[in-house]
Design a protein around this ligand. Structure first.
Ligand code: COA
Ligand code: ZN
Length: 312
């Protein structure tokens, strides 16, 4: 059985666009509950400016209070040197640096040109890379909602510049759900050839309903790591039209049903997913938490039972 690894991003990508502040106690309890479910990684929070992302202004406190589970890596998003200095104090297992493949989205999200972002992140890698494993998330790899198409070559070039600096992983993000499965398959084939040995993660949003199709295309192209968000919550506040990530439990359910080893315990995860609307105060897009697993059967109607008897 092929192993597939999941990184839960609800605490960061999931919450960052929510209008109502989720209390720190709730964030800690949710992270602790998710830690029991079999994730390879949990992205707990982000060390961005509180003005830019008010929801995650309690990053230090959340990181300080969660109970770390052996076997789970606790990663945090880091946008700049200030964020890295703050994050280091919290002893994360990984820094997840971020920059966009689209100049316009990078300016919107990080208020810098891509070259300036790269220079700032290079400094972070050079200063902290020996102490903390570093992943780089490349946003808008499959298209930008403002610029349109992003050439694959562009993604490969930025990816190479980061791998030359010795990062351990790259996350290829479809920030606003513009990827389609044929494009994903092509991108994944090339990435695997070019960056063999690197931890490659795919990050999809289901903005146009192609999320799980894209996961499947990536799996079939040999990718074994995915970001997902509980309930399908999520989106970047600086990307117009952004909506939820692929739903973790739906993706896990699909891959489990196909016979992949996700290492996940859906019996634990689904009740947590069912509580999520109560946490954020609205319904969430995830399907399996609502409909149950394919193995959760319903009793036949009494009329069908009697018809069966009559016909037997
Ligand atoms: N943590 C806390 N505060 C930070 C910070 C960080 N990592 N980086 C900057 N700041 C503060 C500065 O101290 C300054 O505060 P002040 O106004 O009280 O003096 C203010 O933010 C502006 O600092 P500046 O260096 O001019 O940054 P900026 O305004 O260009 O913003 C980012 C840069 C990256 C910090 C900001 O755009 C950001 O956090 N963006 C959000 C990125 C994100 O998480 N997007 C969604 C996920 S992809
Ligand atoms: Zn995202």
């Amino acid at each position: 059985m092929k192993r597939i690894y999941f990184n839960e991003v609800v605490m960061r990508d999931g919450f960052q666009m929510e209008p109502e502040f989720v209390p720190t106690d709730t964030k800690v309890a949710l992270t602790d509950a998710l830690s029991q479910c079999g994730y390879a990684k949990i992205e707990v929070t982000s060390f961005t400016s509180a003005k830019a992302i008010p929801m995650l202004r309690d990053a230090e406190e959340v990181m300080g209070r969660i109970q770390r589970h052996s076997g789970v890596e606790y990663t945090v998003l880091v946008p700049n040197m200030r964020g890295a200095e703050r994050a280091l104090e919290s002893r994360p297992d990984e820094f997840n640096l971020v920059m966009s493949m689209s100049e316009t989205h990078n300016l919107a999200n990080l208020r810098m040109t891509r070259e300036n972002s790269f220079a700032a992140l290079r400094e972070v890698i050079q200063r902290f890379g020996a102490q903390v494993p570093i992943n780089v998330s490349l946003s808008t790899c499959f298209g930008c909602p403002m610029e349109g198409g992003v050439p694959q070559q562009e993604v490969l070039e930025w990816a190479s510049r980061f791998t030359d600096l010795g990062v351990r992983g790259l996350t290829i993000c479809d920030t606003t759900g513009m990827a389609q499965p044929a494009q994903v398959a092509q991108m994944c084939e090339v990435l695997r050839q070019r960056f063999a040995g690197l931890q490659l993660t795919l990050h999809f949003h289901n903005t146009r309903g192609m999320g799980l199709a894209n996961v499947l295309a990536a799996v079939q192209s040999g990718i074994d790591r995915f970001d997902g968000s509980l309930g399908g919550l999520g989106g970047c506040p600086y990307a117009p039209g952004a909506s939820g990530n692929i739903c973790s439990e739906d993706a896990i359910h699909m891959l489990d049903a196909m016979g992949f080893d996700t290492g996940m315990d859906l019996n634990r995860l689904l009740p947590i997913a069912r509580d999520l609307p109560g946490v954020v105060g609205h319904s969430v897009p995830g399907q399996v938490a609502k409909s149950g697993r394919i193995s959760d059967l319903h009793p036949a109607l009494p009329s069908v039972t009697s018809l069966k008897k009559e016909l037997s």
